[in-house]
Design a binder for this molecule. Structure first.
Ligand code: F6P
Length: 383
């Protein structure tokens, strides 16, 4: 077949729900055109495996066969319901190891690919973009991350499912918090961004949401404000409270802490216990009891939500179409409720600059409507 293409697809960086749905969409759409799709296992490490003779190109070929559940869902269709990545993913590849970059580029050549679809967050994009330049690859990237912090796209695959997971967790915790009259502090992932904590906090009924964009670190003043909020709630008859804290919020010394929710829970309990009974403002707080819950990697699990499956499918098809049109070096994006793409020449410099500053490429806008929404319903944001 003359215009039969050979394309590769890989998943790189932390997994999230919806990766397999992207793979499914790409394989379905590309094989319909008569193309060959190679699934590169474990990110760019799959190229190294070829060069080292650990794997053979034909083992990477993906098709509409396989993945069957006997008598049930057939072919690729099971994939859209599975989280994780059937290809595996690689978080840290030490490109400084002698020969690794050359092996990756050589592995790509061995597969004789016309183009590569790389599914990743901004960390992977930064690295894969450089490799693509060196190896002269035709690259199209698809954004995924529960953190929703990829530059220039309003949504990344995985965020919506994680948002549902955290929302559900907050809802579930409400009942134990209420039964024991406790303040429960819930630590939410998101790396340096607060999107997940902010969105799920609003949807899940948090009384206080702390995100690094608004409260970069804990402080005595902040603890006092939180205790005032709890006290105000108690006066209105609420004997429990839920606090969502994004993992990117630093401790009082301005350092990242492994379990920041536990630190905050302890600080609230200590502060409230120190208060004199006579101090009217806090007189109901002397017995406040706190607990911390870190949701951890559960936030990267679960059946992808319908929105993530739709986003994954739309993004996968867009990537295949870009390749068909010979439009390479692009990031597939979600913009104003529709799929689009941006040149990586515009996206990557911004990502690289943010990495150099140790910053986040797409933080929560402190003046945006989501922050305003939270404030308008009385959620304390700490500022
Ligand atoms: O970037 C996705 C993410 O889940 C972040 O929210 C979190 O900080 C990090 O990855 C956890 O990484 P790891 O899987 O290496 O523990």
């Amino acid at each position: 077949m003359d215009n039969q293409k050979r394309i590769g697809i890989l998943t790189s960086g932390g997994d999230c729900p919806g990766l397999n749905a992207i793979i499914r969409a790409v394989v379905k759409c590309a094989t319909k055109k008569g193309w060959l799709v190679y699934g590169i296992p474990y990110g760019t490490d799959g190229f190294v495996r070829l060069v080292k003779g650990i794997s053979k190109p034909e083992e990477y070929l993906l098709s509409d066969r396989g993945y069957d559940i006997q008598g049930g869902i057939q072919g690729l269709d099971i994939l859209q319901f599975l989280s994780g990545s059937i290809l595996g993913s690689f978080k840290k590849r030490n490109l400084d190891l002698p020969g690794i970059t050359q092996d990756i580029i050589e592995g790509y050549k061995q597969l004789q690919l016309d183009a590569l679809i790389a599914i990743g967050g901004d960390g992977s994009m930064d690295i894969i973009y450089d490799l693509a330049k060196m190896g002269k690859w035709n690259l199209v990237m698809i954004p995924k991350t529960i953190d929703n912090d990829v530059a220039m796209t309003e949504r990344s695959v995985g965020f919506d499912t994680a948002r549902n997971t955290v929302t559900q967790a907050l809802y579930d915790l409400t009942f134990t918090a209420a039964s024991h009259e406790r303040v429960i502090v819930v630590e939410v992932m998101g790396r340096d961004a607060g999107h997940l904590a902010l969105h799920a906090g609003i949807a899940g009924g948090a009384d206080c949401i702390l995100i690094p964009e608004i409260t970069p670190r804990l402080s005595e003043n902040l603890i006092k404000k939180i205790c005032t909020q709890i006290s105000d709630l108690q006066r209105k008859g609420r004997n429990f409270a839920l606090i969502a804290i994004a993992e990117g919020v630093k401790n009082m010394m301005g350092e990242k802490e492994k379990y920041i929710a536990e630190r905050l829970a302890d600080l609230i309990q200590e502060y409230s216990q120190k208060l004199p009974h006579s101090e009217e403002k806090f007189n109901t707080l002397d017995a406040v009891e706190t607990r911390a819950t870190t949701l951890g990697h559960l936030q990267r699990c679960g059946i992808p939500s319908s929105f993530d499956r739709i986003l994954a499918t739309v993004f996968g098809i867009k990537a295949v179409n870009l390749i068909e049109q010979g439009q390479y070096n692009r990031l597939v994006i979600w913009e104003n409720g529709a799929v689009n793409s941006k040149s990586l020449e515009n996206v990557i410099p911004l990502i690289k600059w943010c990495h150099q500053q140790d910053g986040c490429p797409s933080p929560v806008d402190p003046n945006g409507f989501m922050v305003e929404t939270a404030r308008s319903i009385g959620i304390l944001l700490g500022d």
